[in-house]
Design a protein around this ligand. Sequence first.
Ligand SMILES: *Cc1c(COP(=O)(O)O)cnc(C)c1O
Length: 393
Amino acid sequence: MDTSHLISNYGPRPFQAVRGEGSYLYDSEGKRYLDFVSGIAVNALGHCHPKFVAALQKQAAELIHVSNLYGIPEQERLAGRLVERAGPGRVLFCNSGAESNEALIKLARLHGRRLSNGEEGKRFGVITAKNAFHGRTFGGMAATPQEKIQGGFRPMLDGFHYAELNNIESFAAQIDETVAAVFIESIQGEGGVYPADPGFLRELRALCTERKTLLMLDEVQCGIGRTGHFFAFDASGVKPDAIGMAKGLGGGYPIGAIWVAEPYADLFQPGSHGTTFGGAPLACAAAHAILDAIDGEQLLERVLKQSGPWHKALHQIVEKYPNHLTEVRGAGYMIGLGLKVDALQLTTAARAAGLLTVPAGPQTIRLLPPLNASTQELEESVEKLDKALQTFA
Ligand SMILES: *Cc1c(COP(=O)(O)O)cnc(C)c1O
């Protein structure tokens, strides 16, 4: 490995990834890993799904990029497919999770200005949750109240306030006439896999409606089928005012999007936002292939059905290793195992046993299987975890 020309913003990497096939990733020495990181909840269909590859190849040979100066049929049709799932509203495309969140923060500001009869700078506050993660841009960092993210980059963007997830009083106490939006992850990912309770989400919905504050949900990690629902919040029955998406949407090809509910979709007007790459033909073709597979291979049903036995087996592992593991958190194929041991060390041990996992904070490891993982692969993940924990015991 020669990393001498790379900026060292990432820690040491354990191996060189050279090939992927389904749920398996191969390193440069030919070692095979069961990949339950999925590029951090990105590879919804695992590696190199034949139909996904064919869709990319076909589109690449037709049209790759044109900018948003011209109409893009794939983009318009993709927006329609997302509206079908999210409800009446409109969609704007970008290229990543952080960018989708930036667009949501801009939406909050436009909403605040409208509420203030066109006056800027009066109502621009955004309340996010402690322990959240919303990305590494200046908007994303301000929305992410964690020293390890914000440290070194202050001053932060103005107007952000932080409340306690699943504590409605804590949000109620902070939503005043300076606040334009509440912005939370339906399931906190990087912070350790902590779901927003369905009851809390419903109360938050009512509170936001009452105070004319937007409810914006970050579904960048938990959305696009990961929980067995298209959006993780679908399980609660709540309808947000805006949604941020990315990661799984392109199945490995970068694409992000926001959906904005109809009453707020006109806040963006020609010239108020834009991107060179967002919603390019190739990116949209990738997203279409993912949505096709979610529908065609009944992946939501499959994730829901297979989660039962998989979660049960994980609970049994937690019981078997009480000195190492504390609990199973999350939903569907977005699982966090609470630890009494160091997450990085357990990740290393799991890797040695042939299973890829990723820490979410110092005392949680995440399991993020592809949505099309087989029953056998899910069982194999538990066996390999068991093996890794034996080396700890
Ligand atoms: C990964 C993530 C982001 C940032 O996405 P990038 O594509 O890395 O910019 C934002 N929010 C959540 C919840 C995420 O998991």
